[in-house]
Design a protein around this ligand. Structure first.
Ligand code: SF4
Length: 430
């Protein structure tokens, strides 16, 4: 019997414009299920901007929960679907399921831990023989480069390509991609370093995926969602950046202020227009040390910005307000820093101690007295918000922390609003 499989994309309620980005992991796993499981018919159930649409009837629903902020919504979806079809099966994986497995197991019929490619095949086999287990955990890792790239045809073309990724660069048709996954750094606020090492696609796979996107969707720019888009390992960086360069598209991505000048040069030569630079704080090195950033020096970060500018790469500095170690001088110091390095853009977010991150796992160590257990109040990793929205910040510090005197929630909110206003006046936030 052909199994009907629905891969569910939640609403992504924490994004101002949830349609701009593509549900890349859902596409990846939909492709994997179609390619590796016999006799299935796979569709994506995309609830972004469509949350009241009726659910299509499927035998199996699959969820890749990368962000705990989606978890409560997904649990509600499962509840609704079980009412409509009590026999439906719900499989879940992703960061959230890895970090809060016991909670997830109360909702999913099976939890798939890690990157789970082989486990998915196993779970479908067990499902067909009536032996589905509650938790699937692999003995070893599955390699990203051993699986095909996501087929975007699961979505209508207007949800694959848009002019927003490159709105500052002529609005060329652009889309998101992952040419690597995981990260070997261990920033204390992060859960996206899962797997805890960089796994790259082969150079030939990178160029083939770009060709596919150009040919089938008219893509002229790719937005790398990779955690670190200018690899710090020279050998890997060379293959990876040269492969992107061969694709002959423009690109942008996110990275860390860490690595050599020749990698930056190679990135520029391969078509890089802009990087979002995860600096996180310009308040003090202490904040960077507590956050365990790859670069723990503000001076070093400044030099990295100079390198990017030297090669004509635009810089979007990404900052988080409210991190442990932050002082009451943060606004003043940040403005001074911005005036000095003159980035093209600044993205300011609020700190969010997300489940699974070191800050969440050891709150006392960082002076966090309260972290909201209502996951719907959390965000994708940091807290972004539009002009009309309340600043999130689902946490509060103690009066005294092991590292010093934390700011109050109100102080953090005010600091965010003050700097946001300052950036807006100068047209620096986007
Ligand atoms: S914030 Fe970026 S660099 Fe740091 S651990 Fe997470 S993915 Fe890696």
């Amino acid at each position: 019997m052909t199994l009907q499989v629905g891969v569910v994309v939640p609403t992504w309620h924490y994004w101002i414009d949830p349609i701009k980005l593509q549900p890349l992991w859902e596409l990846y796993y939909a492709t994997l299920i179609e390619d590796h499981i016999d006799d299935v018919s796979v569709q994506i159930i995309d609830r972004r901007g469509n949350k009241d649409q009726p659910y299509p009837e499927c035998d199996v629903y699959f969820y890749w929960v990368m962000k705990s902020a989606d978890a409560f919504e997904i649990y509600d979806i499962i509840k609704d679907l079980r009412q409509l079809n009590p026999k439906s099966i719900h499989l879940g994986g992703g960061n959230h399921v890895d970090h809060l497995t016991d909670q997830a197991a109360e909702h999913f019929d099976a939890c798939l831990l890690g990157t789970a490619e082989g486990l998915i095949v196993e779970a479908f086999k067990d499902l067909r023989t009536g032996k589905l287990e509650k938790v699937y955990k692999a003995n070893g890792p599955f390699k990203f480069c051993e699986y095909g790239h996501s087929r975007r045809e699961f979505l209508p073309p207007e949800r694959v390509v848009n002019d927003k990724h490159f709105s500052q660069y002529g609005g060329v048709p652009g889309t998101g991609v992952y040419f690597s996954r995981g990260c070997s750094f261990k920033c204390s606020f992060c859960v996206y370093n899962n797997p805890g090492k960089f796994e790259y696609r082969e150079a030939s796979q990178i160029t083939a995926e770009i060709e596919y996107l150009k040919k089938n969707f008219g893509v002229k720019g790719v937005n790398l969602r990779d955690e670190v888009c200018i690899p710090v390992n020279r050998k890997l960086a060379q293959n990876y950046l040269e492969a992107i360069g061969k694709g002959d598209v423009i690109w942008r991505g996110q990275t860390v202020p860490f690595g050599d000048e020749d990698m930056v040069k190679l990135a520029a030569e391969s078509g890089c227009q802009e990087v979002a630079l995860g600096m996180e704080s310009a308040d003090s090195d202490e904040v960077l040390i507590l956050a365990n950033k790859p670069s723990k020096s503000i001076d070093r970060n400044k030099k990295y910005v100079e390198m990017l500018k030297k090669y004509g790469i635009k810089v979007k500095v990404c900052l988080i307000f409210g991190l442990p170690g932050e002082t009451e001088n943060v606004v003043e110091r940040t403005i001074k820093f911005i005036e000095e390095i003159e980035p093209d853009y600044v993205a300011l977010s609020g700190f969010d101690p997300v489940p699974g991150s070191p800050f969440y796992n050891e709150p006392e160590k960082y002076g966090l007295k309260f972290i909201d257990k209502d996951l719907s109040k959390h965000a994708h990793l940091v807290y972004r918000f539009g002009d009309e929205e309340d600043v999130g910040l689902p946490f509060e510090y103690d009066e005294k922390a092991p590292w010093g005197t934390p700011l109050t929630r109100d102080q953090i909110v005010n600091n965010i609003k003050t700097l946001q206003g300052w950036l807006r006046e100068r047209g620096m936030s986007y």
